[in-house]
Design a protein around this ligand. Structure first.
Ligand SMILES: *Cc1c(COP(=O)(O)O)cnc(C)c1O
Length: 430
């Protein structure tokens, strides 16, 4: 499998090069040259295969030749070592819980797959790779955990001091080993600016091999297609045609679902549910792509004004607005509506959603109003405990700490304060 750049001015590359580069030299996102169609006999019997067998069938064509089958199998065993339960909410709606991984964020699967891919590629190299990542909260924890102990790879995480939750900060700063956390006196945008500057810094390039770990990397993006396949793998799957509602920020997760659909998974429609950062819902109404700066909300992992993976969704639909419109609906919701949905789900079904999952629920509800014969699944992308303040204040209930979170609560937070790019550069050089 080769990958081409969506800007079409850079050469096609292998999986290995696409993962190491992150982004193509012409600034474009990498996209697979073709999408294999899985045999019907396999798709129709997903419930008979194990999650690793499904992962092998789906992912092998995308990493072909660069990662041998035996190695891929051992990577998938580590990536998929937790459950993705499907929980019924009412007669038409179920939720697929993606938060049972080591950091309780759905990003665990992609982050771990990318970490183990890079670790494999770098296994015989003398030179270490440094993964540099800026986080506003969830990404950093999943990336740090995914790369923990991976040989030949160092991780440097920048986060805005005082602007991530206590649990999130603990997940970033208590790991040790090859994970270093820098707390930046500034905002998330300042962190991101420093990271971008480092990637463009020619004097750094000579001495440090830098790579990024955000969702534009194909190794983080593509494995997310497995969530959708694993929904069909469950015995309790609702009968009939299914629609998926995906709480969306950078639109990587939903785009991976569309890849699964193109590979043969019978998904009849997608709903991209957003908070007030509504660039895509507006696009679906007007066909004009007009990004706005992001606004802070209670579903902060989706506070994205210019979703980086949306170009991949356009490419999947051959840039044809009509065919996209047939496959995708997109709605945006306010924080007030999100809290009301959390209350409604809790009082009617005794189910606790986090704010992101609640946005997904709202999107599905809205779509089903005009399609009452359909059944759907919304993705629950984070454990409610990750957004403890909002959840307990809205639902007036306590959530017991799961073991993954309990584990980091008594450890010492270790991070280095920095405030300028020069301090970052000095840190990377020493
Ligand atoms: C990252 C994230 C999202 C958004 O996923 P995208 O792939 O960026 O659309 C939604 N919910 C949570 C909890 C997240 O961490």
């Amino acid at each position: 499998m080769k990958y081409y750049s969506l800007n079409r001015k850079a050469p096609k590359v292998s999986y290995r090069t696409a993962v190491i580069n992150g982004i193509a030299p012409d600034g474009g996102l990498y996209f697979p040259e073709h999408l294999p169609v899985l045999p019907k006999s396999f798709i129709n019997k997903l419930d008979r295969y194990s999650s690793v067998e499904i992962g092998m069938e789906a992912m092998a064509p995308f990493v072909h030749k660069d990662i041998p089958k035996k190695e891929l199998e051992s990577i998938l065993e580590k990536v998929l070592d937790f459950d993705f339960p499907l929980v019924p909410i009412d007669a038409h709606i179920s939720t697929l819980e993606l938060f049972h991984g080591p950091t309780m964020a759905f990003k665990d699967v992609g982050a771990r797959f990318m970490a183990l891919s890079l670790g494999y590629f770098n296994r015989n190299e003398e030179k270490e790779i440094t993964v540099l990542v800026a986080t506003s909260g969830d990404t950093g924890g999943a990336v740090a955990n995914g790369f923990l102990g991976v040989k030949g790879v160092n991780v440097v995480i920048l986060y805005p001091d005082g602007k991530v939750s206590d649990i999130q900060e603990r997940q970033l700063t208590t790991l040790g080993q090859n994970i270093k956390a820098l707390r930046v006196q500034g905002t998330f945008d300042d962190c991101q600016r420093m990271v971008k500057k480092a990637f463009a810094d020619k004097t750094l390039k000579g001495s440090v091999q830098l790579t990024s770990a955000n969702s534009i990397n194909v190794a983080r993006w593509l494995p997310q297609m497995l969530y959708y396949m694993l929904a069909y793998h469950q015995k309790k799957k609702p009968a009939g045609e299914l629609v998926f509602s995906v709480p969306s920020g950078n639109f990587g997760n939903i785009c991976a679902g569309m890849v699964a659909q193109k590979m043969g998974l019978p998904i009849s429609h997608f709903i991209a549910a957003t908070n007030v950062n509504d660039t895509v819902p507006r696009f679906m109404n007007t066909s004009e792509y007009d990004p706005h700066p992001s606004t802070a909300t209670i579903s902060n992992a989706m506070d994205v004004g210019d979703p980086s993976n949306f170009v991949r969704i356009l490419e999947l639909h051959k840039n044809d607005f009509k065919s996209l419109k047939q496959n995708l609906s997109s709605y945006s919701f306010t924080d007030k509506e999100t809290k009301e949905a959390m209350k409604k789900i809790y009082s009617e079904s005794k189910y606790i959603t986090d704010p992101h999952g609640a946005v997904g629920y709202l999107g599905l509800k809205k779509y089903l109003e005009s399609h009452p014969d359909r059944k759907g699944i919304f993705l629950e992308t984070a454990h409610p405990v990750k957004f403890l303040d909002v959840v307990s204040e809205t639902l007036h209930t306590d959530i017991p700490l799961p073991p993954q979170i309990e584990k980091v609560m008594n450890k010492n937070k270790i991070s280095l304060p920095i405030s300028t790019y020069d301090e970052l550069k000095e840190f990377l050089l020493t």
